[in-house]
Each structure stands twice: as structure tokens, then as C-alpha cells.
Write a protein of this length. Structure first.
Length: 216
């Protein structure tokens, strides 16, 4: 007759480990716990809208009803979007940030977040050609030649910015960029699109980094 097998220290260790794993994998009712949720990241336009909404609500709390006129009618939210923080959130969809800011600053306004990307970029080579023609006749030809591309940055149905990509670089190029911005703003004066308003002029270097901005 064979003697019953004895469980040694190694066998006890293995059994204990298995029991521990079983306990972790099951809930109190002995049922396997569901796998942790791995929901997708929030869309960029949604996070940008939320950030703008929070800013708008704070502006309303600080300035009352007068803040709505300043931020919505006078373009305050659009101008703020250039410096609003956190930048990595705002730049995901600056138009969505502006929308959130406008809604948040209105007394009693409901949240109406966008269902898709708000910001829309539109290249406008004709605008660049017209500016160069004007600049050549007004002593700004050499400055205008540093503009490689003109883009309209639509931030909603009625608001947009004008973006110029230049051959200038940072450092000493910033002074040249500011002079160019002044020349463009002089030409642009009052040249808004039908039913829309251009608020900001943005000058970028050849790598797409912002050199300077100016009100339009």
C-alpha cells in the first residue's frame, strides 16, 4: 500500500499563488470581474469647447452681462483664443474654444457643444496676390515678397483670422514680421468678408511657429 503523498513547501507556494490569482479575478460573488473600460480619448474639439466654456463662465462671473457684449459682439473670445491656456487643448480646435467661450459668457445660456471639428482652414492665394499688388504700389513690395502663403482660419460661421506664413525666422526676424503685419493691416482696413469678421492677423515663420499677431 502506498503512503499518501505529502505536499512540500514548493507545492504549498504554488497552491497559495493560484488561490490568490483566483481571488483577484473574481468579485465577492465568485463571478469574474469585467475587464477595465478602455474608452477612446475625448475628441479635440470637445476638450477645447469645455476649456472655452469654463473661461466664458468665469468671465461672466467677473464682468456680468457686460462681459457678453465685450466677448461676443466685440470679439473678445476670438482674441483671447490666441493666448488662452492650456495651449495644447486650445490649439486642438480654436474654433470650438471660441464657441464654448461665447456660450459660457452668456447669462443663462445652455451648453451646446459641437458634434465635429469647428476650425476650418482655407488657403487663399488670391488674397495674397491682391496684397502684393497693393504693397508694390505703396512701398511695401520687398516686405510682401516674404509671404509664402495666406490662409483664412475660420473659427465658426462668422469669425475668422488671417494667417500669413513668411520666410522670416525668430529673433531678428520678428521686427521684420511686425513691420509686415503693419503693412498688411493698413491694406486690410475694413476688408471683411460678406457677413463675417476678421479679428486677428497671425504671422508664422517658415516652420509654422507664431512670430507675431495683430488686431484687424
Amino acid at each position: 500500500m502506498n503512503a499518501p503523498a505529502r505536499t512540500g513547501p514548493f507545492g504549498l507556494t504554488v497552491a497559495t499563488a493560484l488561490l490568490s490569482l483566483l481571488a483577484v479575478a473574481c468579485d465577492g460573488n465568485g463571478k469574474p470581474e469585467p475587464a477595465p473600460s478602455r474608452a477612446g480619448a475625448e475628441p479635440g474639439y470637445a476638450s477645447a469647447y469645455d476649456a472655452g466654456w469654463r473661461t466664458g463662465k468665469q468671465l461672466f462671473e467677473d464682468g456680468g452681462k457686460g462681459a457678453a457684449v465685450r466677448e461676443v459682439v466685440w470679439g473678445g473670445c476670438v482674441r483671447r483664443s490666441l493666448t488662452a491656456r492650456p495651449r495644447n487643448v486650445v490649439e486642438k480646435d480654436r474654433g470650438a474654444w471660441v464657441l464654448g467661450c461665447k456660450q459660457g459668457v452668456k447669462s443663462g445660456a445652455d451648453r451646446r457643444p459641437p458634434a465635429r471639428q469647428v476650425t476650418r482652414r482655407e488657403s487663399d492665394p488670391d488674397l495674397l496676390a491682391r496684397f502684393r499688388t497693393w504693397a508694390a504700389a505703396h512701398g511695401g513690395k520687398r516686405s510682401a515678397e516674404h509671404v509664402d502663403r495666406t490662409v483664412l482660419v475660420h473659427l465658426g460661421d462668422r469669425d475668422y483670422d488671417v494667417e500669413l506664413t513668411t520666410t522670416y525666422t525668430g529673433g531678428s526676424g520678428r521686427a521684420d514680421a511686425e513691420r509686415l503685419a503693419g503693412t498688411f493691416a493698413t491694406w486690410w482696413d475694413g476688408d471683411d468678408g460678406d457677413g463675417s469678421t476678421a479679428w486677428n492677423l497671425i504671422l508664422l515663420d517658415r516652420d509654422g511657429k507664431r512670430l507675431t499677431t495683430r488686431n484687424l
